[in-house]
Write a protein that binds this ligand. Structure first.
Ligand SMILES: [Zn+2]
Length: 581
């Protein structure tokens, strides 16, 4: 059995802030920042102590901000909750930023910096220097503005519902009907969804126009030509270049798109339709109704615990702890923000999972995905300072995407019937292939948008369509829905809320496949390597974390080819299982 620590959820006692510390306004917080800023540091020991104290304040504040965000996304319609969140964004964060910059400078300029010679500090110091280079006081107000704009996006999306047969459905709930074997039902729901989204399309376009403007200005202020280049640096992408990213797009086009086309052609044949329509892409081609992996969120939690426990008993316990604390909000409801996330709560050291589940197979995958992030949070909770705990997205998404695949051997918890189990695995594997072109499309579109900051709406539509068609050859007939096709990017919340955080999913997806391949070859070694990599947090460079996981940090064409062949083989063997039964 792989040895990982039992979860002891003891919260570290505070040593700097008073145990019962709370704040109402900035005035309550400022003295601590001021003290840190002016404190005399006489030796390396003092510097370490200073870092710990600073960390405590930051951890406290990050957890406070996390809760305000979580409450807001759970109840976007509640004015009190909203104003508490906004107060944090508008009043607290802008006050913290200049102090953080001063503290960063104090740290980097300390004559005792070279006494922090453990590798983890090198990673941290590199990140701090990066922050210092990007910091501009005039950008603080622009960050606030861009957060407000992203919030407008979440508000609009959280209000979208459709009526069908006397029932009101959120869009997440309505998406279930895309699995209905009756094509007329699917078309009707698709058209209602389209109509609802198009009702706000112009508003979403305006929000994005504003965001591009604000973000472009942020980049100019920091001395960059465009926000793409600024963000590349801000995301701390130390181990690859923009050119590698462009090559990655091209490799997906060359290696993956043909495979997706094959799957699409096969779908068309199996559905026995003259022409595939956008509402034909999610339904099971066997004519069977949608998979039902669980009944409701309680059932989802219980089964997730059971499934992960089979992978390793402690993993299930992590989810149980979250459930006992009330740190899972899984069901889709009107008024909930879109999407799903695992939010690490840095002081208590237990994360929170938020999602919009409505019983779909995809929702199960989201739960397993977020569980992977949660496990990562638990495994890093005892690392020395916060910066050591939070790895960049190339690693964070490796944790989550690998969990989707590693758990597959135990999916019989969700699918009692062998036939459903095979269908589920098939859907997961084809989903992995199909997501890669989407990742390239979204990334390339953002690259275009921010390198053409003055673009008009017509140009934006045209660019989106051109990029979309590059990765999606015309196998699907969008006739009559062209306006909707031109706005499909609006459904991708990352574009609004976490710009450029998307290509990492592609990099990590390849890594996750490699982790799974290792696990299939040698389960205990594969799991051991995966968990050891997660435990590192961000104390070594990304390629070294991948190496610890037993995989390469690679997204070259050859690597994509190799892994896509692996999936192809796995899909074929699932297919055989179906035929022989
Ligand atoms: Zn994720």
């Amino acid at each position: 059995m792989v040895n990982i620590e039992r979860p002891h959820i003891e919260i570290k006692p505070r040593i700097y802030l008073p145990a019962d510390f709370d704040f109402k306004t900035w005035d309550d917080l400022e003295p601590f920042y001021e003290e840190l800023k002016t404190r005399e540091i006489k030796n390396g020991q003092d510097l370490r102590k200073w870092l710990i104290d600073r960390n405590e304040v930051e951890v406290f504040l990050s957890e406070e901000g996390a809760w305000r965000y979580i409450h807001y996304t759970r109840n976007t319609e509640d004015e009190t909750i909203r104003s508490r969140y906004q107060f944090f964004i508008n009043e607290i964060k802008p006050k913290v930023a200049p102090y953080s910059n001063d503290l960063d400078k104090k740290f980097i300029e300390s004559p005792f910096l070279n006494e922090l010679n453990e590798e983890a500090y090198h990673i941290y110091i590199r990140a701090v220097k990066n922050e210092l280079e990007l910091y501009r006081e005039e950008n603080i107000a622009l960050y606030v503005k861009s957060e407000e704009k992203s919030q407008e996006y979440a508000d609009l999306m959280s209000q979208m519902t459709i009526d069908y047969q006397g029932h009101e459905y959120t869009l997440s709930q309505a998406a279930r009907f895309m699995k209905d074997p009756d094509r007329n039902v699917r078309r009707e729901i698709f058209e209602k969804t389209k109509a609802r989204k198009m009702q706000d399309a112009a508003k979403l376009d305006d929000i994005f126009t504003e965001l591009v403007k604000i973000r472009h200005q942020i980049a100019l202020n920091a001395g960059f030509n465009n926000y793409r280049d600024y963000k590349f640096k801000a995301l701390g992408r130390f181990d690859y270049t923009m050119d590698d990213v462009y090559k990655f797009h091209q490799s997906i086009k060359d290696e993956i798109v043909p495979l997706v086309d094959e799957l699409t052609e096969k779908r068309k044949e199996e559905l026995n339709v003259d022409t595939l329509r956008p509402y034909d892409l999610d339904v099971d081609t066997s004519g069977k109704p949608a998979l039902q992996p669980y009944k409701d969120s309680d059932d989802l939690i219980q089964k997730t615990v059971e499934c992960l426990s089979k992978l390793h008993p402690v993993l299930g316990e992590y989810i149980l702890i979250m459930n006992e604390k009330g740190y899972l909000d899984l069901d889709s409801r009107k008024g909930k923000a879109p999407g799903g996330y695992n939010y690490p709560l840095d002081e208590v050291g237990i994360p929170f999972i938020f999602m919009n589940s409505s019983g779909k197979f995809r929702d199960l995958i989201t739960m397993l995905h977020e569980s992977g992030h949660a496990v990562h949070s638990f495994l890093t909770r005892n690392l020395y300072i916060n910066a050591f705990k939070h790895s960049p997205s190339e690693v964070a998404e490796l944790a989550s995407m690998s969990m989707e695949l590693l758990s597959m051997d135990y999916w019989n918890v969700f699918f009692k019937n062998e036939d459903d189990l095979v269908r589920a695995k098939e859907e997961q594997l084809s989903g992995i292939i199909e997501i890669l072109p989407w990742i390239a499309t979204i990334d390339k579109f953002q690259n275009w948008a921010y390198t053409h900051p003055e673009h008009t709406l017509q140009e934006r539509n045209a660019a989106w369509i051109e990029i979309f068609e590059e990765f999606y050859p015309p196998l699907v007939n969008w006739d009559g829905y062209e306006d909707y096709k031109a706005k499909r990017w609006q459904g991708q919340l990352h574009i609004f809320e976490t710009p450029f955080y998307y290509i990492e999913y592609g990099i990590a997806q390849l890594g996750a496949l490699a982790v799974w391949k290792n696990y299939e070859e040698n389960a205990s070694k594969g799991l051991e390597q995966y968990l050891s990599a997660l435990k590192l947090g961000y104390t070594v460079p990304v390629p070294e974390i991948y190496k610890t996981a037993g995989i390469a940090f690679d997204f070259s064409r050859d690597y994509i080819h190799e892994l896509s062949q692996f999936i192809r083989t796995e899909l074929e063997s699932l297919n055989k299982e179906k035929i022989t039964k």
